[in-house]
Design a protein around this ligand. Structure first.
Ligand code: SAM
Length: 192
């Protein structure tokens, strides 16, 4: 297994700080659920959702609270431990580039820069593995910064190569209109 960018560019202390930062944001009353609201709108009630690169389980836990059945996957041991504190969340340690859960989902969500933190060169593998875990018509929802090494053009290439079609594109999780200079991109792709 190749090291993800998240693993090679950060250490356990960074992950602990990441957990603390989100706990502080939550305590301050910050809105941490924009991604979950966005995904929830796309889904039938009680949908099967994969939170791919779940981190602390922030997005998956909120989707669970909204009545969906959520499996959450990550590789970071500090963040996995935090995600396992979410009651009812099915949390697994797995590499998205080699994902083989033998389950299908109605949607896969990769929120918070997951696609730009996977191991270099494995982005296409991740998209292929995501497709294998979706039924036809299932949605792949991904949000990431546009100033990273892996961009919108590369993502579109990998989506097309792996049997997805683009359904929606926004400049943020609040459905800000997409434009070429946007700093953030949220993509909804449909499995064909
Ligand atoms: C910035 S965090 C986002 C966490 C979460 N999705 C959120 O929005 O709060 C990126 C996450 O992607 C995970 N990740 C990156 N590459 C991965 C891979 N190949 N397999 C599983 N998780 C991966 C990292 O471990 C990290 O937890």
């Amino acid at each position: 297994m190749q090291k993800t960018r998240w693993q090679s560019e950060r250490d356990a202390d960074d992950s602990r700080r990441y957990v603390e930062r989100f706990a502080e944001l939550e305590a301050s009353g910050a809105d941490l659920h924009g991604e979950a609201r966005f995904v929830d709108v796309l889904l039938p009630r009680g949908a099967r959702v994969l939170d791919a690169g779940c981190g602390t389980g922030r997005v998956g836990a909120e989707l669970l609270r909204r009545g969906h059945r959520v499996t959450a996957v990550d590789l970071d041991p500090v963040l996995l431990a935090e995600a396992r504190r979410c009651p009812g969340l099915d949390v697994r340690a797995a590499d998205l580039a080699e994902l083989d859960l033998e389950e299908h989902f109605d949607a896969v969500v990769a929120a918070g820069n997951v696609m730009v933190f996977v191991a270099p060169g494995t982005e296409d593998d991740v998209v292929r593995r995501v497709r294998r875990h979706l039924d036809a018509g299932g949605r792949f929802v991904a949000g990431f910064t546009t100033d990273a090494r892996y961009g919108v053009r590369e993502f579109d290439r990998d989506l097309t190569a792996n049997g997805f079609e683009l359904v929606h594109r926004f400049a943020g999780w609040a459905m800000e209109p997409w434009h070429d200079d946007a700093e953030w991109v949220v993509t909804v792709a449909r499995a064909m």
